[in-house]
Design a protein around this ligand. Structure first.
Ligand code: NLE
Ligand code: FE2
Length: 352
């Protein structure tokens, strides 16, 4: 039933491309970085800054050496990096309070309480990993409160991975996180993920069980998917987890239909919650925001270096999940994958 095949080769059991069969296989995915350090784009603010590029190389090497199960190296951030973080933190927290969804805000409070989030400190991934597992707080000599989270984990990555490798991590409740800080010249928008984006945008919602489940299901659907289906899943990921919005139940009512974006929508997408520039563009201006309908979403182009030309909303995570399930049920793979949480591996079953 299960047979080990070399990454990069076709999989003998399924006839499709190799994919990770256990959480340990993510070490292989993590090494296939598309661009980092020396490969920075010519129009990247850090391109001409030699010191910045050297620092990026250091982060790249740390991430490439990392193996699943090890503690995540703690970074000693420079004064300049901490200053950039502080500037962004102050600005974003103001905007979050106005525009972020409730689940995000509640969990962000917990990050501030338990993970060293503050404008003066860049949190460490290792502390967040522990938090996401669940934590216990002493209430008195014989009493403690255990707060279960989602078991999502983060692990360092050197830069962009292919959508296939990146989504595969989600199948195992693993989120690949950069640890470097964006260049100080452009604090309110970066085309690349950086640690500010991961920490300010993504982390809070990985503590939410429904959101974690939704994320994992995209990941599981991506394992061994055809090129065409993979592209669709990556686009669905992009317009939900990165750029998604939600609306309360009254958003479609005639009363509210003509309300401004900031009256109608709450944001949950990390790409918006980590970019003061794009967040304001999406909710304070007159950006196009349409209902999240997978058949429509997959037609939308994902823009990497500029603001998106449209955004999508659902009422809540449950709606996003139901729509995603209906959509992925129609994707055909010649096998079934079954996630085993005890061994953190997937079983691949023949579907013929
Ligand atoms: N544009 C986002 C930001 O500036 O934080 C990063 C997006 C990464 C996909
Ligand atoms: Fe992201």
């Amino acid at each position: 039933k299960e047979q080990y095949t070399e990454p990069g080769s076709d999989d003998a059991t399924t006839g499709s491309e190799w994919f990770p069969k256990s959480i340990y296989d993510l070490d292989i995915c993590a090494k296939r970085v598309i661009m980092y350090g020396a490969g920075l784009d010519a129009d990247h603010p850090g391109f001409k800054d030699k010191e910045y590029r050297e620092r990026r190389m250091m982060f790249g090497e740390l991430a490439l050496q990392y193996k699943h199960g090890e503690p995540i190296p703690r970074i000693e951030y420079t004064d300049s990096e901490r200053k950039t973080w502080g500037v962004i933190y102050r600005k974003l927290r103001e905007l979050h309070k106005k525009y972020a969804c409730k689940q995000f805000l509640d969990n962000f409070d917990l990050l501030e309480r338990h993970c060293g989030y503050s404008e003066n400190n860049i949190p460490q991934l290792e502390d967040i990993c522990k938090f996401l597992k669940g934590f216990s707080r002493s209430l008195g000599p014989n009493e403690s409160l255990f707060s279960a989270k989602t078991g999502f984990r983060v692990r360092p990555v050197a830069g962009y991975l292919s959508a296939r490798d990146f989504l595969a991590g989600l199948a195992y409740r693993v989120f690949f996180c950069t640890q470097y800080v964006r260049h100080h010249a452009d604090p309110f928008y970066t085309p690349e993920p950086d640690t500010v984006h991961e920490l300010m945008g993504h982390m809070a919602l990985f503590a939410d069980p429904d959101f974690a489940q939704f994320s994992q299901e995209i990941g599981l659907a991506s394992l061994g998917a055809s090129e065409e289906d993979l592209k669709k899943l990556a686009t669905l990921y992009f317009f939900s987890i990165e750029f998604g919005l939600s609306s309360d139940d009254a958003a479609d009512s005639p009363m509210k239909e003509h309300g401004s974006n900031n009256e109608r929508f709450k944001v949950y997408g990390a790409g918006l919650l980590s970019s003061a520039g794009e967040l304001q563009h999406a909710v304070e201006g007159s950006a196009t925001i349409i209902r999240f309908d997978p058949d429509r979403v997959v037609e939308q182009e994902c823009l990497i270096t500029t603001f998106q030309s449209a955004y999508f909303y659902t009422r809540n995570f449950e709606e996003a999940q139901q729509k995603l399930r209906m959509f992925t049920n129609n994707m055909k793979r010649p096998f079934i994958v079954r996630y085993n949480p005890y061994t953190e591996s997937v079983e691949v079953l023949n579907n013929s």
